[in-house]
Design a protein around this ligand. Structure first.
Ligand SMILES: [Zn+2]
Length: 136
């Protein structure tokens, strides 16, 4: 794997594209991706070397999390959730965010359809507000 010289986020070893290539170049990664196939998984489990490499990979991942000091307190998790919501749902009016998530999780609408529903609702609200303002 050649060294990545592209712009990348702070602390990252590679850019997203190079990282993707590096991951797919790893036979274990490809094997993990094939896990949905029960026979493949069963075969992999027979290989003690694979199990050993997997264990090491998981330990390394854990080590990285510990070094970064990722917090798992309820406050930290709540803060992460708020940041995530503010970024990923910035298009969605705050009072409709709960409804958007409900449409996807309870009603199983795809994100694009749920978004359409929310934006229609928002447009209707705005119209009603404008009409009320005009009437007053
Ligand atoms: Zn790169």
């Amino acid at each position: 794997m050649t060294e990545c010289t592209h712009p990348r986020s702070k602390g990252a070893k590679r850019c997203r594209s190079c990282n993707c290539k590096a991951m797919w170049a790893d036979p274990d990664f490809r094997a993990r991706k094939a896990r949905s196939n029960a026979a493949t998984l069963e075969k992999l489990r027979q290989d003690p070397e694979f199990i050993e490499r997997e264990r090491k990979r998981q330990a390394d991942g854990l080590q990285i999390m510990l070094e970064r000091g990722t917090q798992h307190t309820p406050e930290a998790i709540a803060k992460r959730a708020r940041t995530f919501t503010a970024r990923r749902l910035s298009w969605c009016p705050p009072h409709l965010r709960r409804e958007y998530i409900r449409l996807m999780t309870n009603k199983h609408l795809p994100a694009s359809e749920a978004r359409e529903v929310i934006l229609n609702q928002w447009r209707t609200e705005m119209q009603r507000r404008n009409n009320a303002a005009r009437a007053a």
